[in-house]
Design a protein around this ligand. Structure first.
Ligand code: EZ4
Ligand code: CO
Length: 402
């Protein structure tokens, strides 16, 4: 088999998605997600201008060789743009290989290790009461695991609190929105949210929380300690991880399980974190971490060190990434949980898919390939629309992490 053509499809059914479609001389096609929220066109250009010309004529079955060719062959390694582009190619090639075999992708990885993939949903509200009502809603929908975020008194807006409850989309403006942040206000408020949730709902559900890179290690240690009575499934992205050694301090001060890595793009972003067992869950996922080929490598390394997977699954990861991630999750032996933020109806219509949700678990379906397609005619009706993630400032105006 030979690759005869490949093209990038950018579509905006409510938010922007970048999809690579690869065609072969045997009529089989495959698609991969290359969406990088707020920087979509950089990946589209990287693919169109620098990757696609190298794909034409290659054997699509040689997934590992193509991955190494694109990673080593660029000379300039790593980074979110490069690795999202490689992921798009890798996902499309796994799709083609599984279609050629007539098997769902998880069968090629080694088969199912479980009957369903536990997912967590996002409950959020402007205050504790509103967030608790949303947790009740997710419990009614059957979720076993729920992430909870709420507004912080004294801060006009904060990460994770949505205008439209079911469909949180932080990339909300054609120039970055400015948010204001106060760590002290946040640290005082969050334990009250989880105290309320345990009082109201008891202990049958997993609760999760995302600090979204805003704390220093010692502040994260304090937050972890103050949340221990409420037994969270995980505390996510407590500290930015350019300095992986910083997590040693967090670890010394709390038994709260820690998750990190939705912005990681290779195993090198997590080497110390995993090797020193400084985290419990690795959040890397298919699109931003080099595709199935590289994610599998990260997961195997993590498994040696008691670290389980918790793939990122926000709405800016397209249904193509979601489908591929669910095949990975169904197989991966050291699975933890999968994030699942529902896509809008418009997005689901552009990307028809075989995956399904029932009773808190998802399944990728048994369609050959990864089970997600793109309706190109419908996609063409939604042209690219520039949208940025917000930026964050402290109350005195200092730039901070969003
Ligand atoms: O802010 O995917 O855990 N989920 C998250 C997400 C991220 C967005 C950024 O594009 O942190 O909401
Ligand atoms: Co997160």
């Amino acid at each position: 088999m030979k690759i005869t053509d490949a093209r990038v499809i950018v579509t905006c059914p409510g938010r922007n998605f970048v999809t690579l479609k690869i065609e072969t001389d045997e009529g089989l096609t495959g698609i991969g997600d290359g969406t990088l929220n707020g920087r979509e066109l950089a990946v589209a250009s990287y693919l169109t201008d620098h990757v696609i010309p190298c794909l034409i004529g290659r054997d699509p079955h040689r997934i590992e060789d193509t991955w190494q060719y694109l990673y080593r062959g660029a000379y300039w390694r790593r980074g979110p743009v490069t690795m999202s582009a490689i992921a798009a190619v890798d996902t499309a090639l796994w799709d083609i290989k599984a279609k050629a075999a007539g098997l769902p992708l998880y069968q090629l990885l080694g088969g199912a290790s479980r009957t369903g993939v536990m997912v967590y949903g996002h409950a959020n509200g402007a205050d504790i009461e509103a967030a608790a009502d949303e947790v009740a809603h997710y419990i009614e929908l059957g979720y076993k695991a729920i992430r909870a975020q709420c507004g912080i008194p004294g801060l006009p807006s904060t990460y994770g609190v949505s205008k439209d409850k079911m469909f949180y989309e932080p990339a909300d403006a054609d120039l970055p929105t400015e948010n204001i942040w106060s760590t002290s206000k946040y640290l005082d408020h969050v334990p009250k949210l989880f105290e309320t949730l345990r009082d109201r709902f008891g202990w049958d559900h997993h609760l999760l929380h995302d600090a979204h890179h805003r704390l220093t290690p010692i502040e994260a240690g304090r937050l972890g300690k103050s949340l221990e009575p409420y037994r969270l499934f995980w505390l996510e992205d407590a500290v930015p991880t350019e300095n992986q050694e910083g997590f040693r301090i967090v670890r010394q001060h709390t038994t709260q399980p820690l998750a990190v890595g939705e912005i990681f793009n290779t195993i090198w972003d997590a080497k110390t974190l995993i090797e020193e067992q400084l985290i419990d869950y690795i959040r890397a996922t298919v699109v931003h971490a080099g595709g199935i080929t590289h994610l599998r490598r990260i997961a195997d390394f993590a498994g040696l060190h008691h670290v389980r997977t918790g793939c990122h699954g926000a709405t800016d990861l397209s249904p193509v990434c979601m489908g591929a991630a669910l095949h990975f999750d169904l197989w991966v032996p050291n699975f933890g949980v999968q994030e699942y933020m529902r896509h809008t109806e418009a997005t689901d219509a552009v990307f028809p898919h075989a995956y399904s949700f029932a009773g808190g678990y998802m399944h990728p379906g048994d369609t050959p390939g990864h089970g997600v397609e793109i309706d190109e005619a419908l996609a063409a009706k939604y042209p690219y629309s520039r949208a940025f993630l917000p930026v964050n400032r402290l109350e005195d105006g200092t730039m901070w992490n969003w």
